[in-house]
Design a protein around this ligand. Sequence first.
Ligand code: 3HC
Ligand code: NAI
Length: 690
Amino acid sequence: MSDTVKITRDNGIAVLTLDNPPVNALGHALRAPLFEALGEANADDTVQAIVIACAGRTFIAGADISEFGKPPKEPSLPDLIEKLESIDKPTVAAIHGTALGGGLELALGCHYRIADRSAMIGLPEVNLGLIPGAGGTVRLPRLVGPEAALKMIVSGKPIGMDEAARLGAVDRVAESDLLAEAVAFARDMATSRKPHIHIRARSEKLAIDLAAFDEAVKAVTKKARGLTAPHTAAEAVRNAITMEFDAALDRERELFLERRDSEESAAQRHLFFATREATRVPGIPRETEARKIARAGVIGAGTMGAGIAMALANGGIPVTILEMNEDAIARGLAHIDKTYAGSVKRGSITAEEKEARTGRISGTTHYADLADCDIVIEAVFEDMGVKRQVFTALGGVLKPGAILASNTSYLDVNEIAATTSRPQDVVGLHFFSPAHVMKLLEIVRGEETAPDVIKTALALARKIGKVPVVVGVCNGFVGNRMLAARREQNEDLLLSGATPEQVDRVFTDFGWPMGPFQMVDLAGLDISWKHRQSQGLTAPIGDTLCEAGHFGQKTGRGFYLYEEGSRTPKPDPFVQELIEKKAAELGVERREISADEITERTLYPMINEGAKILEERIAARASDIDVVWVNGYGFPVAKGGPMFWAERFGIKTIVERLEHWHRKTGNRVFEPAPILRQLALTGGGFGDLV
Ligand code: 3HC
Ligand code: NAI
């Protein structure tokens, strides 16, 4: 008996209950006593069958991720599963909550699996840059067939019990009392004459057409986004078909260890913990209760308002959208309907789901109709005068305790809050476009925002499937402020001799889905032009393109040329001539620009701005900044975010190069932040800062 594994006996059935909160991760503290308990139950002649169950909120959520990178301790997870497979008495896994990764692999080492109706099972290792490393890629194909296993392992998506039962991944779905049913099932198995066959001895499902399997591999790895693990996972599943069981198992282990020690996995594990850490907000006690959100309002049915309304409706929250007139409402609702219709067409939601979601969204032109909303999110024009009017009107109608939120991209949330008599209820909720798709939510904490409002915003984010990061008030918050620092040099690089293709290529080679010029072409050059005008800023090339009506993809021309109906960027001779002309006018001498120079003048200022953001405590920790960039701006997942990447790459080198460019240009974006200088001297990481 140990603290984490208890053995109870129920009339000849040994029940091993694992208890390692919060998610029963298979750390050494669980593996060692479980190994012993299995030995004990197997050696006990009075035990006829063994049930493995878990206490707490879930079955085993996998290997303990925090142990990766530390010296291994025996017994390993494969040792444990081998032990299970050496047992001839019927073994039954009783699954509730989620059986993930090593948790499912352990269950695959049992003869039988019985699960709660609400349970989920999956092998999500690819999300951590890994592949299953304890037999998952070898046993699951034998149980459910190689193609179904491939889909589960390469996507990393868990499945529910309807599908699991259909595939044969579970032997029975419990109707009411999982443990009692598992014990009864184990007893039936112990007394039946049926042979108990381990998965390793089952190969009937492996007889498939390998060419068809290879086609399936191509289809499922299409979404790998430049990551290696999904391809390695597919290779491991293929080995399960073409190799003997033990050889495939050995090869899986090798591939797993290779992945485990990769930079890609270190980055993804960092992001796993960073995402969870981001929900812990300094100064807000864990036990702070969130306010209730049963009904929401959105002001403005434009690009963002419509997207936010859909995000809320997708999370089951009824929404009323307020606009200036009936036409604007009709336009907004029609846009929402069309977007959902597109999702039905693509098969991402059903027609019934579309009906349910659109049914949750209504429109109005009267503030009084928002009176019973628990939260209202404003998404009107980016203009302090308009925002003031809206917040004054909201302050007049909303019930006490209702939350007033703004989706502003740059404006001062404290100034917005000051227009109401309840600044404690005001918060920034900065969604990203398209708001029903993009995961990031910057929660902007004003000087007076109440702790329970932050807590409510975090709970709301979770309910609607967003990844929240709490940030402080400054121009552009975390993401847009760093983006502005990165953007500074774009036009200078062109004037000095680079082409848009060359700059974008450096970004895509780094792993970004697209480069900065492709991005503005997609978003529309007019958007940044308007923003520059509002700030009194100019950009010689961007402004001239806009004056010529070249707004990017939507007009067929921007920094690139797009042929009729195509989204493929082609170099535009007009742009090249314009760059040369502007360089001559401004007296800029053109020269060869290297890929390193492009990186140093775009990525480094962004990291530098991130460090300044940390100094000013706009972000609580460097890992919060990584979460912002990966979830809101397409920073490559495999690199873990700008601050993580900077640490791995070498802060000292970055500071040296920033100093070089600062001396050369005098531009403040290159002036190293004091904490970067400090870390360059001490050799420490952002985590060492207090
Ligand atoms: N190892 C270590 N810690 C883990 C963990 C794991 N596998 N899974 C979750 N945790 C920790 C989280 O960090 C969090 O800690 P915190 O409270 O200190 O922040 C705590 O457990 C609770 O996690 P969540 O906040 O995510 O809780 P939820 O209830 O929202 O979700 C879950 C539960 C669905 C199990 C989710 O935590 C999850 O998806 N976990 C990861 C599952 C996974 O990836 N498993 C595969 C691991 S790799 C593996 O098994 C390799 C093998 O093939 C050899
Ligand atoms: P938009 O121009 O598409 O939509 C604004 C909508 O607000 C229009 O439909 C307009 O009719 C309505 N509106 C204006 N004044 C109103 C009022 N007084 N009452 C009711 N409705 C009113 O603008 P968009 O792009 O949706 O931006 C909205 C806000 O979201 C801005 O603050 C912007 O900075 C922010 N934002 C925009 C992002 C983007 O990518 N477009 C991303 C994140 C934030």
